[in-house]
Design a protein around this ligand. Sequence first.
Ligand code: FAD
Ligand code: NAI
Length: 471
Amino acid sequence: ATESEEKDLVIIGGGVAGYVAAIKAGQEGLKVACIEKRGALGGTCLNVGCIPSKSLLNNSHLYHQILHDTKNRGIDVGEVKLNLAQMMKAKDTSVSGLTKGVEFLFKKNNVEYIKGTGAFADEHTIKVNLVDGGETHVRGKNIFIATGSESTPFPGLEVDEKKVITSTGALALKEVPKKMAVIGGGIIGLEMASVWSRLGAEVTVVEFLGQIGGPGMDAEVAKQAQKLLTKQGLKFKLNTKVTAGDAGGEGVKLSLEAAKGGKEETLDSDIVLVAIGRRAYTSGLGLEAIGLETDDRGRLVIDQEYRTKLPHIRVIGDCTFGPMLAHKAEEEAYAAVEFLTKNYGHVNYNAIPSVMYTHPEVAWVGQNEQELKKEGINYKVGSFPFSANSRAKTNLDTDGMVKFLADAETDRILGVHIIGANAGEMIAEGTLALEYGASTEDVARTCHAHPTLAEAFKEAAMSTYSKAIHY
Ligand code: FAD
Ligand code: NAI
């Protein structure tokens, strides 16, 4: 960057929020620069999040299936061996292909990529400490902060990414641990527990709440998921709080306590995964230089148009409010650029899907039963099990169900919850239905191809306002 050139938009952070905003702004003809300190674009998601975790989930599932689920399909396999180094290499290949792809898209859309750490020098100027040494200054008429999030530390357990690991360490272990403890039965905990359990580790997940999957997951679905994951070998300790950890000895010793107080015990393991949530990351940004403050959870405070109290500075993605999801960050990126260029933008926060990529997958959009009950909303429920779906039966993969929650009077869909082999793909239909304000009857009267798992979606909708045919 030349120090004199002023950009229309400078973006700090090249994660999903930042890189999507940069490309979109480039397409709109703005002069854009994106500053990223990691040395690769794509942020947490591409480098140490969504992408590498899905690579390991996919390949560990395949390994596990070859070990346990081939004979009845008429496939006799010989010796099956894990080559962990190659599995990690396959993951790295996917990651680097995608991060380089984003770099190519920057070039294609005239986005200047500045490799370095950005900090506010003043309200319009970012000082960048370059990755390759030296520094530069970039001025922006407008600035987006998209610096993402980091793993929340567990007090008293220092992360070394070997024995005490976050998700980043869990995506790069060099050998399969014998015993692994996981603090937190949220999405990260369960996805990583699945990977290492399939590869042979004995995994115990300790969760403070009475259900797995975090608060968004429907309680009935969470129960089913727990049952199926237990069958695969995972161990769970629910309603249990980890109160302390000691990694001083050979392994790690966790002190556990019943969530409501009382019973205490210890849990020994070779390594421990800390997965108790993520927190907004704004360290080193120099916010104090421009008088911007964060809330009690470290999130930058913004208005409906993503503006801070300095209106030319906007914030998108994990470092501000809302669910910490890549597709949420992406939607905010479009909207924030549109606010800038067209004065309007839109994200429907009621229709953001969530997916847990275990096997079976769990996916949902809209409200769950606990929430509807709490709000006193009069709702009806319809569901359809995959065990009654022809394609699931053909695939010999019948665990799970599709569940609709709809307004008791108007039949308008309020929430869709799926547990099943391809729940993550299928939820797109639920999201579209919710976005368009569809009723369950709208969905049920739409023709679905046969034989597909999607027919379970149709029949679950049908069972909400009428009766399913096949169950
Ligand atoms: P980030 O992706 O964190 O990007 C922020 C970037 O800003 C980083 O690259 C950082 O280096 C850079 N940065 C920070 N400060 C500065 C600075 N001062 N100067 C320059 N650069 C800076 N979400 C999903 O939707 N689906 C999934 O399957 C999924 N799986 C996940 C698995 C794991 C293990 C983890 C940890 C997360 C997962 N997530 C998933 C969440 C997803 O990764 C985040 O929601 C998403 O990355 C948020 O994007 P972001 O751009 O806001 O932040
Ligand atoms: P999370 O907030 O989903 O789950 C953390 C869990 O830890 C909670 O259930 C909480 O009750 C529990 N916990 C906290 N302290 C505890 C203690 N002392 N003892 C026992 N349990 C305790 O956070 P997680 O799983 O770390 O994920 C962080 C973020 O990353 C999430 O917001 C998620 O959206 C995102 N993510 C999304 C993925 C996806 O979309 N597939 C995959 C991975 C992460």
